[in-house]
Design a protein around this ligand. Structure first.
Ligand code: CAA
Length: 290
C-alpha cells in the first residue's frame, strides 16, 4: 500500500472545502487546496473556519488543534503547485465530464508518477473519467457525502482498470479520515446511495409539481414517517438542485428508463437560479440563515 503524506484537493466548493478539512483535521495530512479564483478559495477557507469553530465550541477540538488544522491547509490557484508534491489528488470540481477531463489532462502532466487520483463525482462513470489519464489503474471514485465533516460514509468506486493497490490505499486513507468506506465493485451510475436517493428526491419534486401536498408537509411526512434527518426538499436545497439534475440526467442517459425523467419543476427552478442554499433560495429561503 502506498504511504500518503500530502493530499491535493481540487475545488474548494461545497464538497472540496469539507474534504480538505477532514484530510487536515482528522487524518492530519498536509493539504493543498486549489481553486480557480481567489474568491472561491476565500469562501472555502471561511467555511472551514466556521466548521472548525463549531467543533471548538462543542469541545470536540481545542484551540491548538484548530490552529494546527488550519496551518496544514495551503491555498493555491496554481494547479501545478497543488499537485506536484501530492501523493493523493482528490478532485471535487463541478459535475461536468469535459471539465473534469480537462483538469485530469493537467493533473497527469504535473502529478508524481506514483500519485493516486480520486474523483468525488456523484454520478459520472469512473471508467470514462479514467480514460483521460495515462494511469487509469491509479484512479478511482472516492465519494464523500455532504457535509463531509459529519457524514461517515465514503463510497469507493472501481473503474474497469482500477488496481487493487489503489482501492486498498483509498480504503486505508478513508479510515484515517475517520470514515466508513464501502466498495462499489461495478462502475454504475449513482453507485449505491444516489441510485436510491436521487429518484426519491425527484419523486418528492413531482409531489410538489402535482400539487399533492404543501412542500413543508412533504418534508414533514418523510422526516417523521421515515426518520430522515431532513425532508427531501430541504435535502435538495442542501445538496444543490443543479447537482441533483446532473445526476438525474446521467441516470436518464445511461440507464435509459423513463422513470428517471427529471421533474420539469427541477429544470424550471434551476433556470430561475433557485439552486438551494448556495444561491440563497431553492425550495426554501436561506438568505440570512447559517
Ligand atoms: N461542520 C461541523 N459541524 C457541523 C456542520 C459542519 N459543516 N454542519 C452541522 N454541524 C453540526 C452543528 O453544529 C450541530 O451540532 P450540535 O448538534 O452539537 O449543536 C449538528 O451538526 C447538527 O446541526 P444542525 O442543528 O445545524 O442541523 P441538523 O440537526 O439538521 O444536522 C446534518 C445537520 C448533520 C447535516 C443533518 O441534518 C443530516 O444528517 N442531514 C442529512 C444529510 C444527508 O443526507 N447528506 C447526504 C446528502 S447526499 C450526498 O451528499 C451525495 C450526493 O452525491 C448528492
Amino acid at each position: 500500500m502506498m504511504e500518503v503524506k500530502k493530499v491535493a484537493v481540487l475545488g474548494a466548493g461545497l464538497m472540496g472545502h469539507g474534504i480538505a478539512q477532514v484530510a487536515a483535521q482528522v487524518a492530519k495530512y498536509e493539504v493543498n487546496l486549489r481553486d480557480v479564483k481567489q474568491e472561491f478559495l476565500d469562501n472555502g477557507i471561511k467555511m472551514i473556519k466556521d466548521s472548525l469553530q463549531r467543533f471548538l465550541k462543542k469541545g470536540e477540538l481545542s484551540e491548538k488543534e484548530v490552529n494546527e488544522t488550519l496551518s496544514r491547509i495551503h491555498l493555491t490557484m496554481d494547479l501545478r503547485e497543488a499537485v506536484a508534491d501530492a501523493d493523493l489528488i482528490i478532485e471535487a470540481v463541478p459535475e461536468n465530464v469535459e471539465l473534469k477531463k480537462s483538469v485530469y489532462f493537467e493533473v497527469d502532466k504535473f502529478a508524481k508518477e506514483g500519485a493516486i487520483i480520486a474523483s468525488n463525482t456523484s454520478s459520472i462513470s469512473i471508467t470514462e473519467l479514467a480514460s483521460a489519464l495515462h494511469r487509469p489503474e491509479k484512479f478511482c471514485g472516492m465519494h464523500f457525502f455532504n457535509p463531509p465533516q459529519l457524514m461517515k460514509l465514503i463510497e469507493i468506486i472501481r473503474g474497469v482498470k482500477t488496481s487493487d493497490e489503489t482501492v486498498n490505499t483509498i480504503v486505508d486513507i478513508s479510515k484515517k479520515m475517520g470514515k466508513e468506506p464501502v466498495i462499489v465493485k461495478k462502475d454504475v451510475p449513482g453507485f449505491i446511495v444516489n441510485r436510491v436517493l436521487i429518484p426519491a428526491l425527484n419523486e418528492a419534486i413531482y409531489l410538489v409539481w402535482e400539487g399533492v401536498a404543501d412542500q413543508e408537509d412533504i418534508d414533514k411526512a418523510i422526516r417523521l414517517g421515515l426518520n430522515w434527518p431532513m425532508g427531501p426538499l430541504t435535502l435538495l436545497d442542501y445538496v444543490g438542485l443543479d447537482t441533483a439534475l446532473a445526476v438525474t440526467e446521467v441516470f436518464q442517459r445511461e440507464l435509459g428508463d423513463p422513470k428517471y425523467r427529471p421533474c420539469p419543476l427541477l429544470r424550471q427552478m434551476i433556470r430561475a437560479g433557485l439552486l438551494g442554499r448556495k444561491t440563497g433560495k431553492g425550495f426554501y429561503d436561506w438568505t440570512g440563515k447559517k
